[in-house]
Write a protein that binds this ligand. Structure first.
Ligand SMILES: Cc1cc2nc3c(=O)[nH]c(=O)nc-3n(C[C@H](O)[C@H](O)[C@H](O)COP(=O)(O)OP(=O)(O)OC[C@H]3O[C@@H](n4cnc5c(N)ncnc54)[C@H](O)[C@@H]3O)c2cc1C
Length: 327
């Protein structure tokens, strides 16, 4: 085992999930200079220069028609072969839906120690130390990974800021053949359903405007979209709003949705249940708009506005648009 980190760069249909770039900052936090990356998929060789710009010394490519779409067993097999080729001390990947699914499968196969959804990383005598948010964000725990074996860490989105890419950087590449294994087709891909249709994803956005059940309909969410648009942000929603069918669950923020830590989170008509807070309390600046003065969302808000969202949100959108116009 070498003192090297291997970063799993997540891509879908040739588009890299930008959260993957944050892993290069996480690698720096571990103090490891020998950073390799691996890209798994079909027709992914065009992504090499982009990944090299973030500081990968070497990029392992596993490019095969069988890997066109994410499937747990084929990707786990591919990532295991990349790990065998790189022989790293640490594997880093983002805690996305793919990362949550893939990391334990690979950890079991590689007999690795694994910590997921980690916030802060450090390393002492070859042992990774990570912090995790526990009990819906009420406490933070620090853990060390078992020594003497491969250490795998899945890092929460936006826990680290991606380093600035350096133009013109290059990396050595190595292609690794993909060999299908017995039973890989136990999980079959039947359909790829597109849910967010090109609209910015909450976990990638710097600004998130979220709406709750109080919006009362999908149509009424229009004012949330207008505010998000003028701020160049993404739209999120509480679970109650998603369960009611006002928004797709891919927009749900919270314990059972996505965890976001944007620069600005605007909660419109969201009560602030502990499960919602678990997904957004790490945001740098929180603005809450709610008619109920005692709503728990105000306990975590930087700025609170006790008012009707149907009045305030359009006013805010107009004011920001005007500010942008006047520079
Ligand atoms: C296991 C489990 C997991 C869960 N996971 C999640 C999760 O991931 N994410 C999540 O969000 N929830 C989750 N929940 C649900 C959570 O407990 C709450 O029920 C939910 O967050 C409530 O959503 P809400 O704030 O939109 O709705 P409500 O609780 O109905 O609150 C609506 C708020 O809007 C305010 N309001 C009403 N009208 C207006 C108006 N005109 N202008 C301004 N404010 C107004 C009200 O004062 C109130 O504060 C989970 C629950 C469980 C049990």
């Amino acid at each position: 085992m070498t003192d090297r980190v291997l970063i799993f760069v997540e891509q879908r249909e040739g588009r890299i999930n930008p959260v993957s770039y944050q892993m290069f900052a996480a690698a720096r936090a571990l103090g490891i200079d020998d950073v390799w990356a691996c890209i798994i998929g079909r027709g992914v060789d065009g992504l090499v220069d982009t990944v090299a710009a973030y500081g990968a010394k070497k990029i392992l490519l596993i490019d095969d028609p069988a890997l066109e779409f994410y499937r747990p067993l084929t990707y786990a097999r591919a990532l295991c072969s990349a790990i065998e080729a790189a022989d790293p001390a640490v594997v880093l990947m983002p805690t996305t839906f793919m990362g949550r699914d893939l990391s334990p499968r690979v950890a079991v196969r590689m007999h690795a120690a694994l910590a997921t959804d980690c916030l802060e990383l450090s390393r002492d005598n070859g042992v990774c130390r990570v912090t995790k948010s526990l009990y819906s964000g009420k406490v933070t725990g620090t853990f060390t990974l078992a020594a003497g074996r491969l250490q795998m860490v899945a890092v929460r989105a936006n826990a680290y800021s991606a380093p600035a890419p350096s133009e013109g950087a290059s990396a050595e590449t190595q292609s690794i053949p993909y060999t299908a294994g017995d039973g890989d087709d136990r999980i079959k891909l039947l359909e790829v359903a597109r849910t967010s249709g090109g609209v910015k994803d909450v976990s990638e956005a710097d600004i998130v405007v979220s709406g709750g059940r109080s919006l009362k309909s999908e149509e009424n969410f229009k004012i949330i979209y207008e505010l998000a648009e003028v701020l160049d942000g993404a739209v999120g929603a509480s679970r109650a709003a998603c369960d009611a069918g006002y928004q797709l669950h891919s927009r749900q923020v919270g314990l059972t949705g996505k965890v976001v830590t944007p620069r600005l989170y605007i909660a419109c008509g969201i009560d602030g249940a502990i499960q919602h807070l678990a997904g957004m309390r790490g945001s740098k600046l929180i603005v809450a708009i709610n008619t109920k003065r005692e709503a728990p969302i105000f306990n975590v808000a930087t700025y609170g506005c006790v008012a009707d969202l149907f009045v305030v949100v359009p006013l805010l959108t107009k004011a920001i648009a005007r500010l942008k116009e006047t520079g």
